[in-house]
Design a protein around this ligand. Sequence first.
Ligand code: NAP
Length: 487
Amino acid sequence: MSKLCVTVTADTTADLRRKRDEVVGADLVELRLDTVRDPDVAGALAGRTTPVVVTCRPPWEGGRFTGSEEERKRILADALARGAEYVDVEWKANFTDLLSSTGGRRIVLSSHDFRGVPADLRERATAMRATGAEVVKLAAKTSRLSDCLPLLELGTKSKHDHTVLIGMGDCGLVTRVLAKKFGSLWTYAGDQHQIGQIAASDLLDRYRFRTLSDDTDVYGLVGRPIGHSVSPSMHNAAFAATHLDAVYLPFPAADADDVLTFVRAMGIKGASITIPFKVSLFDRMDEVYAVARRIGAINTMKLQNGRWIGGNTDAAAFLGPLRERVDLRGARVAVLGAGGAARAVAVALSSSDAQVTVYARNAAKAREVAMTASADAAALPPAPNSWDVLVNCTPVGMYPKSNDTPLDASLLTGQHVYDLVYNPTVTRLMRDAANAGCQTIGGLEMLVAQALEQFEWWTGTKPPAGVMREAALKRLAEFMRNENHVV
Ligand code: NAP
């Protein structure tokens, strides 16, 4: 089992101690003495109940210590003398006397590379280990998912060598969550977001860090940017509720090659696909299901007998909530927008025998989507009394521009309005439509339905009703709270 080390930073030693004592669920607390203006080792260590790693990082290794190297060495030596469980010493500092003072015991010899994964990673690890340091820590900036693979290779070969391997940056999250798989003795969590750290509570609760092992099945969301996606919350909640040994991570890939190299090396079982990879990965699958072929895009991939199969759960997920309310045969449906979602929606509707018209600000794109779905194309806005069902497939009305609407309230003359936007869960378009007497459907229903279909396709298991929806609502509420906090 890999351990969890929570990093704390503060302006003063007293604050550092207070924050140290507020940490819950950690095996170790890293005390960043370089962040306080009055570094006092005795004060930082006094009364601790959790083992600590004392770190006093210089700016040349990404830290904030402003004193001399001699002063820094005195602080680290003081921490060793006062019995700190671990002291982090930078490999490049060449503080060999600190290492020899304990015979390497309690020393975390660290190397941080902010330019990328060094080509000599393995040789570096060997040289660092040769110093006799108890723990060797290698952290390197990752810009592509596949940058994590040299770390995986090293960790797999040195599982019992007390190594800590960290991929810094968003692409390296997998090295933090799957620390055990990467052969790390421990991983770091905290609020150092600039290097890709996440909160300990996210690691423990969303990703169930304590339950993950080498055998855990790994799934994820491939896209970019995906920082605000609710999919990890939905799928991880479903894995927890069904007691499956599986985890779902964000995979902010650089390009399609990066995705395929990474998923093969990591043994990923399946992934959700979002912008900008829905078409580029479609072209790289071993097989694509018929609906996805008709749409021309995939939103899901699954490894089956060593082959990657592409599918698209958007069409069925879109139709589900609508079919419960409307008989689509012969219904006049106005689709607003001509992007990826409009394409899936138009194909789904025309395969249900609806009369579809695609309205978009770009006439050529509207025609192209209409052709894919054997539908008509027209210029925005749809005329009054020309539709029974209206579907918004543009992002208009999405947070933070929640007061925008794709269609003036005076034009809302039909029976049903379906807004694919799910943040906010009730949009201005939906409010206007309800006031005009229309039935409304929000994008959250489709969002949950497409995730449910993916989950069932990958695992053959149905999560309990409501689990994914509640997780999505909770994540959206968290997102709104954090955004408001920032504002
Ligand atoms: P997309 O591929 O970027 O397409 C967006 C479409 O909206 C394009 O046709 C774009 O026109 C048009 N558009 C953008 N701003 C517009 C404006 N101000 N006025 C008129 N048209 C505008 O995006 P997508 O993947 O189709 O997603 C569209 C929306 O659906 C997003 O809000 C997304 O979150 C939501 N969605 C929800 C679900 C769900 O499960 N609920 C699933 C998929 C998508 P141009 O091409 O001219 O820019």
